[in-house]
Design a protein around this ligand. Sequence first.
Ligand code: HEC
Length: 120
Amino acid sequence: MIAPAEEAAPLDELRVVLGNPAAVKAIENSTVPFPDGAILVKLAYKRKQSPDFETATIPDQATTVQVMVKDSRRYASTGGWGYGRFINGQPADLAQHQTCFACHEARVKSRDYVFTHFAA
Ligand code: HEC
């Protein structure tokens, strides 16, 4: 686990970003670009108030699983990252994948297109 994240309304989501060992090591050492074989996964859930403790926020139903896989040759046109999105275990519409790189490129190109890092 690299870090959790939260998205305000209207999405109202809790997220957790996971990395395989290659990705975690690159983040630990601030290595950019990430090595081929690095994988980052974002799990997203609706968020809701805990029924057990009023100020606590807990995950509700799962919404999407998003994946970035580093393969600098195969995905050269999108910064070396292949993007994938799954809803209910099924790959989501490929046309949507164009939006992935656009946003990551606009905001965090200097960090090899990766937003998430360890807590400061
Ligand atoms: C409008 C901006 C935007 C778009 C579009 C977008 N992302 Fe992201 N992505 C983010 C932000 C911001 C984060 C940081 C975590 C968070 O806040 O949820 C993130 C995090 C991620 C992560 C975890 C690694 C990292 O960079 O932190 C993955 C994997 C990911 N996104 C995949 C995708 C995929 C796949 C798509 C397309 C289906 C996509 N993203 C589209 C903004 C975007």
